[in-house]
Design a protein around this ligand. Structure first.
Ligand SMILES: [Zn+2]
Length: 322
């Protein structure tokens, strides 16, 4: 009897192992950015079963001491495909992973890099600990089989603003907050490439659900403009060899900020703002209406509160408000 159970249990283990290794096939095509530097571009779409969650950019740099990966995509399958694509270009191991921020389309491929150090800002790690279970539930519901085997692998190495020395290959980290409260921008002084995570979007409307404030994000774009970059890898959208992603992200955020501020001040309802006509510059921008709807939905109350606080501010002796 014991032998019979052992056989059944062995077969069950084998089936389980086969099942875990049969996550849907995935192939990624790295695009050259600079010497030793590559990116993989995601679709300008929201998560769905047709795109398997491949909606954000990842990148990697092949250094003399190993490979550093910047963001790992939405799923275990994406992470595994990224590993395979890297292995097609170098025999060097992936030793380091950097998560630019905690959003699911940038971190859930982490599980495919269990033998690498995974680095992120402390705020990113805290936010992922808070949100990962909810993100994972949504991911499985939206992607179905494409998310098979995907699980949380938290970053294990907190990093901070300044130089990051990867066995002699030094990257410069900029700790920003505008997109999620903890956003890394990475500058590679060897090539001049700037990896911005979702601080910059290009040819796709920006997402704002965890932004502490649009004003803050806009101020950070001015800091970013001062960096000397030879190429920009945005969090979403194609590689740029100009400041076009910065110009477009700034234009969208400034328009959105003004729409909310002015709309709330004149008493426009949330619904009216959601149905605002898109300016010509954004009329054909992928996901513009979708992101406008989301942004107004979660920001409206905050702008209303800010207006009331301003209105209730004590009067100065000359009758002006503080
Ligand atoms: Zn994001």
């Amino acid at each position: 009897m014991a032998t019979c159970w052992n056989r059944i249990s062995d077969r069950a283990s084998l089936l389980l192992a086969l099942c875990l290794s049969c996550v849907p096939a995935h192939a990624l095509t790295p695009l050259p950015v600079a010497p030793g530097t590559w990116m993989v571009q995601g679709a300008a779409e929201e998560f769905d079963r047709r795109n398997s969650g491949d909606i954000s950019n990842s990148a990697f740099i092949i250094t003399a001491g190993g490979v550093v990966v910047i963001d790992t995509g939405s799923t275990l399958a994406y992470g595994q495909a990224l590993r395979s694509a890297i292995a097609g270009l170098t025999e060097l191991p992936v030793r380091w992973v950097i998560n630019t921020h905690h959003h699911p389309d940038h971190v859930f491929g982490n599980a495919a890099f269990s033998d690498a150090r995974i680095m992120a800002l402390p705020g990113t790690i805290t936010a992922l600990e808070r949100d990962a279970t909810a993100f994972l539930g949504t991911l499985h519901a939206r992607l179905g089989d494409a998310a098979q085997g995907t699980r949380v692998r938290l970053p294990d190495t907190p990093v901070s603003e300044g130089a990051l020395d990867l066995d002699g290959y030094v990257l410069h980290l900029h700790a920003l907050r505008g997109h999620t409260g903890a956003d890394l921008v990475i500058h590679d002084p060897h090539t001049g490439v700037l990896f911005t995570g979702d601080i910059l979007f290009w040819q796709r409307a920006p997402t704002t659900p965890h932004s502490p404030s649009l004003t803050h994000w806009l101020a950070e774009l001015d800091e970013l403009a001062a960096l000397d970059a030879s190429a920009v890898v945005p969090g979403h959208g194609p590689l740029a060899r100009s400041d076009a992603p910065l110009v477009q992200t700034r234009a969208w955020l400034a328009w959105l900020d003004n729409l909310l501020r002015e709309g709330v001040a004149r008493g426009a309802t949330q619904n009216e703002l959601i149905h605002t006509a898109l300016p010509e510059a954004f009329a054909r921008l992928p996901l513009a209406r979708f992101e406008l709807t989301r942004s107004v939905s979660h920001f409206y109350r905050r702008y209303e509160d800010a207006l009331w606080q301003d209105t209730n501010a004590p009067l100065r002796p000359n009758g002006e408000q503080k």
